[in-house]
Ligand binder design. Structure first.
Ligand code: FBP
Length: 262
């Protein structure tokens, strides 16, 4: 098994995944504020920025657009997803196999969502077992979107819940676990500690001001996190390159938010 730091998913140990699976997860509403973002081409172009260590997309987008970007973008194939039209208990359909991702999409890594706390948790974790073991055979890093969600969960971003979500990544064999921000640097530090050798990255969330967004990224890095998996806070902006420049300074160069914004 290749150490995660020896894969293109990281740059000097840090991670910046550009997430673009929203067309499936949220639908066209996410593209409304910046219509160009509906065109995957514009996001593939953004993903060629040096700060980005991989682009996460669903199978269909990967099939249609990745062939033109194979030399410039590291592809992370998201293997499951659910539309916002699904009204049942949180669940996510597997729509691509590891074998297909490796041999047909030419992906470098795979990603998978689980919703711990959902009544479908057992099946989702069993599906994750299959993809995690198969990914090991292909020597592909595995990124877990660990999003506690379900009837019994009242606050899915509390510090305890996020620490538990991060811990699940270690227990289940993820190389990187993506969690929501627990609201403070201390909360993130607890999650990072619980994740042991599994890297923890923050999920970007809905679009915020440059400063508020970068402050949360700085807090993640100061808490020992490995970086970010972000979608809307990059490609909903008019100039994705500008925020990627700032993210490069905070995540990869260790700079302050003020320095990054200048
Ligand atoms: P954002 O940075 O835009 O929040 O994207 C991160 C992400 O995990 C996406 O990969 C995914 O589509 C989305 O958030 C799911 O968010 P939620 O399930 O909370 O609606």
């Amino acid at each position: 098994m290749r150490p995660i730091d020896a894969t293109p998913l990281t740059r000097d140990g840090n991670v910046l995944i550009l997430a673009y699976d929203h067309g499936l997860e949220h639908g066209p509403v996410d593209f409304a504020g910046r219509p160009e973002s509906a065109d995957p081409e514009s996001v593939f172009r953004a993903a060629t920025h040096d700060a980005v260590t991989s682009l996460a997309v669903q199978k269909g987008v990967g099939e249609a657009y990745y062939p033109s970007y194979e030399d410039d973008v590291t592809l992370l194939a998201k293997l499951n997803g659910t539309s916002n039209m699904w009204m049942g208990e949180p669940d996510s359909s597997v729509n691509c196999s590891v074998e297909y991702a490796a041999t047909q999409l030419e992906a470098d890594a795979v990603g998978f969502t689980i919703y711990p706390g959902s009544n479908n948790e057992v099946e989702m974790v069993e599906e994750f077992r299959e993809i995690q073991e198969e990914a090991r055979e292909y020597d592909m890093p595995v990124v877990l979107w660990s999003y506690p969600r379900g009837q019994g969960l009242k606050n899915d971003t509390s510090e305890d819940v996020i620490a538990y979500a991060a811990r699940l990544g270690l227990e289940l064999g993820a190389d990187v676990t993506k969690v929501k921000y627990p609201g403070s640097k201390e909360g993130m530090a607890h999650a990072v500690e619980m994740a042991g050798k599994t890297k923890v990255v923050m999920s970007g969330g809905s679009k915020r001001s440059d400063e508020a967004f970068l402050q949360s990224v700085r807090a993640v890095m100061d808490a020992g996190g490995a970086g970010l998996a972000v979608g809307r806070n990059v490609w909903q902006r008019e100039q994705p390159d500008q925020i990627l420049d700032a993210l490069e300074r905070v995540i990869h160069d260790g700079q302050s938010v003020d320095a990054a914004l200048q």
